[in-house]
Design a protein around this ligand. Structure first.
Ligand SMILES: [Zn+2]
Length: 353
């Protein structure tokens, strides 16, 4: 079977925009079309059947977490989270990364999708379908003026925190072994953000929230609960993963969880080491499916933001994972749901028609 006969993959998380921002900003966008030496670009996507996904805008901290990956190879670790990033520092970075995304669209590399119909049309036309997502809401002011403007320009998904604190709440530190129950949840402003996102039809991503914040959203939100890139805590007891109780809440809300390829969240030992077999990814998928059901699991690769298993280091390698699903006994209908169908389902419920 060639890659093109496999169901296309729509993915819950990538950090391509951060990579291009660091590579020179808007002027680096063109390299996405020809090949930009990372995990995701147009040639690799065509080779691997990568049809699109969530493109995260993310404001890096002065101390890059990637520098701490070494620390995450130890048997136990607890990384100190960077300080809160002020609004005034976050805005120019969010504008720059958003501009890169718009430049990529202008160059014909992708289509920024505002509805599920947009995603279906882009996939049918063979154009990469991108969701404009913000990971960490540092650039959102408490009166939601920037939220409104970003929504009007195409923003459809937001994580109230990327692990470090914001005015909206607290995230999980990178800690192994650890429960995700690591501190206070949403602030009052964060609770208002949930309501505002519900009103606008912006998806809330729970992946970096701590457990208290997760339950705050579960109580307040009228949308399905979605964790775009998180794994099963019972297999890998990392603070970033979801307990069975959290997974039950996702199921009850008819939400969704995307399998994170980051090896520290896949491995039983929580180490940031790439020698992870496909069978370990399948173990997580099996457990997630058992907990939330076949209609509520997808992929959330974290490509260009994490160390991933050696057999799927780029999107061109994705057929290896699909083959592993097939060999494990997943049928064609289930594989199609895991690869893209479930994302479209939950987005339709979250955004409306
Ligand atoms: Zn993330």
């Amino acid at each position: 079977m060639t890659a093109n006969l496999h169901p296309p993959i729509f993915d819950g998380h990538n950090d391509v925009l951060l990579k291009l921002y660091r590579a020179g900003g808007v002027s680096a966008a063109a390299s996405f079309l020809t090949g930009c030496a990372g995990a995701v670009d147009v040639p690799a996507a065509k080779a691997g059947g990568f049809a699109g996904g969530f493109f995260a805008v993310y404001v890096p901290s002065p101390t890059d977490l990637a520098l701490k990956f070494e620390e995450m190879t130890k048997p136990e670790y607890q990384l100190v989270l960077p300080d809160e990033i002020p609004y005034a520092d976050a805005i120019p970075v969010v504008m720059a990364q958003s501009a890169i995304l718009f430049e990529m669209e202008r160059l014909g590399a992708l289509k920024i999708c505002r509805t599920v119909a947009d995603i279906r049309a882009a996939m049918a036309a063979g154009i990469m379908a991108a969701i404009f997502h913000i990971e960490g809401a540092e650039a959102i002011d408490p009166d939601f003026h920037t939220l409104e403007v970003l929504y009007q320009s195409g923003l459809r998904s937001i994580g109230p925190v990327w692990s470090r604190p914001t005015i909206f709440g607290h995230g999980v530190p990178f800690r192994y072994p650890s429960s995700p129950d690591t501190g206070d949840g949403l602030t009052d402003t964060g609770k208002r953000l949930v309501k505002r996102c519900n009103d606008l039809g912006i998806m809330l991503d729970l992946s970096h929230l701590n457990e208290a914040g997760f339950w705050d959203v579960a109580r307040l939100s009228d949308a399905p609960l979605v964790a775009t890139h998180s794994n099963a805590h019972v297999i890998c007891p990392h603070s970033r993963n979801l307990t069975d109780k959290q997974l039950a809440a996702i199921k009850d809300s008819d939400g969704m969880v995307g399998l994170n390829f980051a090896v520290a969240f896949l491995r039983d030992d929580g180490k940031m080491l790439a020698d992870v077999p496909m069978s370990q990814m399948i173990r997580h998928l099996d457990h997630l499916i058992a907990q939330v059901g076949e209609d509520r699991v997808g992929l959330g690769s974290d490509y260009d933001g994490a160390v991933v298993p050696q057999d799927v280091t780029r999107v061109s390698g994705l057929p290896v994972l699909r083959d592993a699903m097939e060999q494990h006994g997943y049928g064609a209908a289930l594989i199609a749901k895991l690869c893209h169908g479930n994302w479209l389902r939950v987005l339709e419920k979250t955004w409306g028609g």
